[in-house]
Design a protein around this ligand. Sequence first.
Ligand code: GAR
Length: 201
Amino acid sequence: MTMRVAVAVSGRGSNLQALLQSLGPSAPARVVLVLSDRAGAPALELARRHEVPVEVLLDAADGSRWLAALERHRVDLIVLAGYLKLVPAAVVTRYRDRILNIHPALLPSFGGKGMYGQRVHQAVLASGARESGATVHLVDEVYDRGTILGQTRVPVLLGDTPERLAARVLEAEHRLLPAAVLAAAAAGKPVTLPQPVEFFS
Ligand code: GAR
């Protein structure tokens, strides 16, 4: 049975693109809905081009709006792909252990409220860390706290800027997130990835 996936986005949508590319017609999972808290998010254009239904949440903190859309599209799994707000508690409760998030660093470091996008990479560089990476984890009521399912490590290189590091991590994200969704589809629920997905560009 195909796993029906909703992807929540706030911005550009490159992770959504990676998912759409990986989840072709014969894949065991399919993107059936794209949710966003921002009507102007470029990711929504991408969804429309792929003829995926789009739902803009006028009040992203209102769990009943989420749940109505998720039920209407019979969603099995929610994937946060650059979604920057907290998921309402009612949604976390209803979809417990069936919500994934991709984060652009090696959690539990460099996560939490306000840690998104370039801020994460600036913090990694400021810390002097020798490596960074991407993390896929389950979503609970607290930002970036849920069980880690898989990580891909990338090196921090001499002379890195936040932009260069972000680009290296993003490439890792585009492999890790589809791998996590495909593993969830194969198992019928999100699972720990069998081994760290190592990738160096
Ligand atoms: C990605 O790097 C994702 O990991 C990050 O936002 C970016 C979205 O890019 N998410 C967070 O920082 C969440 N804390 P995209 O819209 O091109 O997929």
